[in-house]
Design a binder for this molecule. Sequence first.
Ligand SMILES: NC(=O)C1=CN([C@@H]2O[C@H](COP(=O)(O)OP(=O)(O)OC[C@H]3O[C@@H](n4cnc5c(N)ncnc54)[C@H](OP(=O)(O)O)[C@@H]3O)[C@@H](O)[C@H]2O)C=CC1
Ligand SMILES: O=C(O)CCC(=O)C(=O)O
Length: 411
Amino acid sequence: MNALAATNRNFKLASRLLGLDSKLEKSLLIPFREIKVECTIPKDDGTLASFVGFRVQHDNARGPMKGGIRYHPEVEPDEVNALAQLMTWKTAVANIPYGGAKGGIGCDPSKLSISELERLTRVFTQKIHDLIGIHTDVPAPDMGTGPQTMAWILDEYSKFHGYSPAVVTGKPIDLGGSLGRDAATGRGVMFATEALLNEHGKSISGQRFVIQGFGNVGSWAAKLISEQGGKIVAVSDITGAIKNKDGIDIESLLNYTKEHRGVKGFDGAHPIDANSILVEDCDILIPAALGGVINRENANEIKAKFIIEAANHPTDPDADEILSKKGVVILPDIYANSGGVTVSYFEWVQNIQGFMWEEEKVNDELKTYMNRGFKNMKEMCKTHSCDLRMGAFTLGVNRVARATVLRGWGA
Ligand SMILES: NC(=O)C1=CN([C@@H]2O[C@H](COP(=O)(O)OP(=O)(O)OC[C@H]3O[C@@H](n4cnc5c(N)ncnc54)[C@H](OP(=O)(O)O)[C@@H]3O)[C@@H](O)[C@H]2O)C=CC1
Ligand SMILES: O=C(O)CCC(=O)C(=O)O
């Protein structure tokens, strides 16, 4: 099932549990605006290269639309739509005053030079600058983008609208980025894992983790979980997968990946088949890369008892069903990875106030938001006798539905 069909299906299940009116359901499902733009740049060798960029603005009932921009060869309209919709429910689960959006460019950033990436980002920004803004739509990083990408968007946007640091989050600290944003999604994953394990009478210490993806989210989650005594027994990225059943030394691996392109070749672990990473023996599996990786092909082989969805929509509905029958507990993406957008919200607030918070305050506030989100999600599970995914979806959808009805349709 593709990402959009899977997301729509989860939304409709939640809508039925909430007893939403079918017309309201339809209005919540249709995106506010879908943008598709052509981005042509001169490459360093003088030839031209054309790319397609997308921004889907899903819903703004609760506030400005918010969500990352992804640079990846597999970026396509249905997936961007699904990711934008997930942002609407995610910001509502976190109870931050935003709606949802997502963007992306179909490109392989590893095959573009830094100056080509800059030109591509500036051309994309030129095409969408009238449709984003501090109180309309606030982009942030996602796969294949980072603080430098946000700095270029900010600079290009500011040429048209004046200097506006709050137009993007996940910026470099020197341009008004928030302390703690870089680590925030991984830190939120750690807090979410802690909350779930506590409920099961366990703690992170001594649990064996497998992590797919060692980029921003996966590497921070690995570092923070290992600092809490969790044992990271296997990790993977695009270069390959590695395993050490006694636990990988994450600080050494971080130093290694800074020098080399990825985890491949790290001598504190042995290489394993990258295709088997998700079915490796462990207590807790953290997918932190692409969507749809846990599906009907591999769900039966998964050994983990808990799955923490650091990536967006890593588990498709077929796998959800299989894993639920096996008794595997899944902490859903729209709660588990909400730490990133929560600290993006703190960054936006700091920019608007013109006041910078200490990192300790950012991390403490994040913990409060993650614990409150967990409690609210569990309350919905109890009210609707449902699993955690439906607990999160009913929580998010209900908040957006209430805001939509309160605002009315302006006929
Ligand atoms: N950044 C954020 O704040 C947030 C991100 N997310 C989600 O988390 C996930 C990861 O994002 P982020 O960490 O920012 O992205 P990054 O680009 O920083 O990292 C992605 C990681 O996934 C790896 N990867 C890519 N393809 C594969 C593959 N086929 N098998 C194994 N690993 C692979 C990459 O390897 P390599 O580097 O070698 O290419 C890299 O290690 C995405 O689903 C994103 O939507 C969710 C909430 C917030
Ligand atoms: O930080 C943000 O605004 C959005 C992060 C994001 O894209 C996500 O949560 O999937």
